[in-house]
Design a protein around this ligand. Structure first.
Ligand SMILES: Nc1ncnc2c1ncn2[C@@H]1O[C@H](COP(=O)(O)OP(=O)(O)OP(=O)(O)O)[C@@H](O)[C@H]1O
Ligand SMILES: O=P(O)(O)OC[C@H]1O[C@H](OP(=O)(O)OP(=O)(O)O)[C@H](O)[C@@H]1O
Ligand SMILES: [Mg+2]
Length: 288
């Protein structure tokens, strides 16, 4: 039986469950359910705090889990201090960055000016590791959340926090300083050194299938044979485009996957080249 940890709350919770459902697994009906059995896939899901997921996976109690890269690194044991969980694959949602910010009216504008200051964060391990690597000595104020308010209330001079749109920072009168300490997204994790069991390999293929279906579209077009070389260079596909003869002499039909974000640019380019009947369709599911 495969045992999978899924975030029970927070921004990662819904998209993680959605991705698993799209991958053909049964998911919980109510947000109060703590576990769900999926007998058809011989799998059990456990709904846990995203911050705790890597801990269960590292201990070997659960085979794999979905959590944020930042949370995985925050809970990782120091080198040689017990088993760790490691990232297996990024899942394409829950993007954020972990960054420093200071009050707009303060004189802290660069990371090196954080020396001797108090920095509030909900990720003290990540922050301390960064400060050690950068050779900056500063005070770390550990908070549980709503970190942005710490400066206004006088417990910190700056913060190091998760930023997505930056709205929360701006509303708190803070501005970003320096480059991101870390860029994060939801990731699949498993125990370091764990042998790949067939059920995990299948889960990964299914998740990758969903990622491909979300990131790519299928493109079909008709093309004069003398333009085929140029046209297929624009649409190389993943393993090469399918080219089949059309009944109209001198023309071929081409089929290839392209990145969803490139759709209109590629269609315009093909049209300019002389391709016609250019059609785009969504991919419902895939195994690549
Ligand atoms: N806009 C966002 N706000 C917060 N976290 C985000 C955002 N976008 C992505 N994430 C990611 O989600 C995870 C944080 O999840 P969550 O907010 O559930 O945890 P938490 O803040 O510790 O818990 P809680 O808010 O319930 O106290 C991190 O991996 C973070 O990088
Ligand atoms: O850049 P933004 O799009 O504004 O998003 C980032 C904010 O969202 C998160 O808070 P959350 O809602 O998880 O509350 P918390 O701080 O209490 O955990 C995070 O800690 C930031 O405060
Ligand atoms: Mg939060």
């Amino acid at each position: 039986m495969l045992r999978i940890a899924v975030p029970n709350k927070g921004v990662l919770s819904e998209p993680a469950a959605e991705m698993l459902a799209e991958s053909g697994y049964r998911q919980r009906r109510s947000t109060k359910d703590l576990a769900v059995l999926d007998p058809e896939n011989d799998t059990e899901f456990f709904y846990l705090r995203p911050r705790d997921i890597a801990v269960y996976v590292a201990a070997g109690t659960l085979d794999v889990g979905i959590t944020g890269r930042d949370m995985l690194l925050e809970t990782a044991p120091a080198d040689g201090e017990g088993p760790a969980a490691v990232e297996v694959m990024p899942l394409g949602f829950g993007h954020s960055s972990f960054r420093f910010a200071s009050p707009v009216e303060s004189d802290i504008e660069r990371v090196d000016q954080l020396a001797g200051k108090r920095i509030a964060t909900a990720y003290p391990v990540l922050l301390q590791r960064f400060l050690d690597d950068a050779g900056i000595s500063a005070g770390v104020v550990k908070l549980d959340g709503a970190v942005e308010t710490a400066c206004r209330l006088g417990v910190a001079d700056a913060v190091c926090d998760v930023v997505e749109t930056g709205t929360t920072l701006r509303a708190a009168g803070l501005h970003i300083i320096g480059d991101p300490v870390l860029t994060s997204e939801a990731v699949l994790v498993r125990r370091q050194g764990a042998e790949e069991i067939p059920a995990v390999a299948q889960l990964r293929r299914r998740l990758r299938g969903v990622l491909v279906a979300r990131q790519y579209v299928m493109l079909d077009y008709d093309c004069p044979n003398d333009l085929l070389e140029k046209a297929t260079a624009v649409t190389p596909g993943i393993e090469g485009p399918t080219v089949s003869p059309l009944q109209t002499p001198g023309w071929s039909a081409v089929r290839a996957m392209i990145a969803r974000t490139e759709t209109n640019r590629v269609m315009d380019e093909l049209w300019e080249l002389g391709a016609r009947a250019i059609l785009v369709t969504s991919i419902h599911a895939s195994r690549i």
